[in-house]
Design a protein around this ligand. Sequence first.
Ligand SMILES: [Zn+2]
Length: 144
Amino acid sequence: MPIIIQKNELEIIKKHAEEIFPYEACGGLLGRLEGENKIIVKVYPAENRFGKIAWDSFEIEPKDMLEMDKISRKENLDILGFYHTHPNHPAIPSNFDINASWPYYSYVILSVKGNSPGSVSDIKSYLMPDRNSSPVEEEIIAGK
Ligand SMILES: [Zn+2]
């Protein structure tokens, strides 16, 4: 099942990734399931509870989770996944990511190398069916 992320929303994620660099950015992916597709129509840049840890620890602030939940209900969307960045590291799930994952969600990981526009070098999305098997990559399609 591919994940379709609207172009505008992809830009918001990239910008967030670059602004927070060298720290890790994270946020939510809100959208709908339409047939075989996941369509992300709104992203929610959140605060990282582990704000000052430079690489691979993220946890979305509870207040942001609540806010995402509120927006989803109001706009009839679902939280379909989360994104986070890997500053100066490749866009592949770490052990931390796998251990902290839930089966239902898509996990978008961005590799980012700096603060300037264009510093995001890679974006990948994964499903993590369970903690004992390898993450499964899903195709990202940029929506209109
Ligand atoms: Zn990670």
